[in-house]
Structures are given as structure tokens and as C-alpha cells.
Design a protein around this ligand. Sequence first.
Ligand SMILES: NC(=O)c1ccc[n+]([C@@H]2O[C@H](COP(=O)([O-])OP(=O)(O)OC[C@H]3O[C@@H](n4cnc5c(N)ncnc54)[C@H](OP(=O)(O)O)[C@@H]3O)[C@@H](O)[C@H]2O)c1
Length: 244
Amino acid sequence: MRQFGLIGYPLGHSFSKGFFTEKFSAEGIDARYDNFPLESITAFPGLLQSHPQLEGLNVTIPYKENIIQYLHQQSPVVRAIGACNCIKITNGQLFGHNTDVVGFEKSLCRKLAGHHKKALVLGTGGASKAVQYVLDKLRISYIVISRKADAANGIVDYSSLQQEEIKDATLWINTTPLGMYPHIDAAPPLDYETITSRHYLFDLVYNPSETRFLSLGKAKGATIENGYEMLIIQANESWSIWNS
Ligand SMILES: NC(=O)c1ccc[n+]([C@@H]2O[C@H](COP(=O)([O-])OP(=O)(O)OC[C@H]3O[C@@H](n4cnc5c(N)ncnc54)[C@H](OP(=O)(O)O)[C@@H]3O)[C@@H](O)[C@H]2O)c1
């Protein structure tokens, strides 16, 4: 039986285990997918030793960045953004990939219009780096917004964001966990009154399916998308990588 799994901590409500277990059963694939909660990333080599049959792993919070020290090879995307969420293991060699990038790009592009030329990216974590990589590739300019300004890197904080700065930014992307279950009343602190029907709000959060961020946009006629499709695409992409 082939073996795959997920590392991260904590792993209470992992989407991936359910997704792959159902896929293996529906498609008659002789494989299993397990959660491996690691309290510290230093436990990772021990996990590989105790599970020598593992062929592939997904990596989630908080290890997408510090897993890189254990990789033998990195895809160009991992090298560029410094975050890895998928590892293919062949003869003990670990090859790191980032499937969030392809997941976000494909999902974003379905509803992207020609006038979405400038974006607001909320948050500066691992998912934000994947989003910024895609926006650079699509030549969409963006302002990164954080709780803490970092002028040297062009990062603006929420409270000092000027109306003028966001005037043309019709693409708003939430990469923060704000609004995620159970804190469903939370939303990034922005002026939602400025939203028009030309806006496109993309939330990487997928539970609930319509976050407060998305409902506030929808109320103003904006196009909206949650992170569910991105999640499915990145999972299928991991499966392709493990079988390539
Ligand atoms: N749909 C998908 O396929 C998919 C894929 C990856 C991630 N995600 C989701 O995306 C979100 C972020 O994931 P991540 O891996 O980037 O996490 P992360 O590395 O922890 O980064 C999250 C960022 O959000 C900001 N943030 C955190 N708490 C906040 C708060 N209370 N108020 C305002 N901003 C806050 C922080 O940026 P600042 O410190 O700069 O404010 C932080 O760097 C999670 O909800 C995750 O589930 C979805």
C-alpha cells in the first residue's frame, strides 16, 4: 500500500486527509493518507525514519518555511518564495514543491477581468508570498497590507492606508485567517464602502464558504471567490507531482 500524509501542528481539522482518503476509495487506489502532527520540526527526520515507505507529504502551518532546510531539491517556485507545501520522496531524496501557487493562480484567473490591474494583498505570511508570486507573474501591481508597517519593503499598515492609494485597486485578496471559523464575525479592517461592482474579492479562507470579508464585498456588487477551489486544485496538483 502506498503511503502519503500531512505534517503541521496542530492538525485538528485537516482538509487533506478527508480529500485523499475519499479519492483513494472512490478511485480504487491502494494507498493511505495520514496526519502527522509534529510539535517541533526537529521531529521530522524521526518521522521519515519511522515511515520509510512514505512517497509524499503535504506541509501546512507552521512548517511551510522551516521544512526547506530538510529538502534535497527545491522547485524554482519554492526557491523564489521560500515556502513549500508538497514534498515528493524518492529513494530518500526530498524534492520540495509549492502547489498553493498553481491553486491560487488557476482559481483567481477564472473570474479575473482585464481591469483588475492593481491589488491589495492582506497579510504577509506563507500564503501571501504565494499570492504575490502569482500577481508578479500576471503583471498585476499590488500593495501588501500588514498589522505592522515595513516601509523598507513597501508594506503598509491597515490604519495608514490612504483612500487615494486603494482607489484603483479593484482586486482585494485576503491571505489572513480573519473570518475563519469559529471567528466568523471578523474581517480585515478596510473601508468596504469604497467597493464597487468592478471589484473582485478573493478570500483564501474557505470555512465558512462566505466569510464576512466576502459578504461585505458581495453587498456592494463585487465578484467574490473563496479558497475552496484553490484547495482542491493544490491537492490534485500534489497528487500529480507524487505520480510524476
Ligand atoms: N485555500 C487554500 O488553498 C489555502 C492555502 C493556503 C492558506 N490558506 C489560508 O490562508 C490563511 C493564511 O495562511 P498562511 O499559511 O499564510 O498563514 P500564516 O503564515 O500564519 O500568515 C497569515 C498572515 O495573516 C496575518 N494575520 C494573522 N493573524 C491576523 C490577525 N488577527 N489580524 C490581521 N492579520 C492577521 C499575518 O500578517 P501580518 O502579521 O503581516 O499582519 C500573518 O502573516 C489561512 O487562513 C489558511 O487557512 C488557504
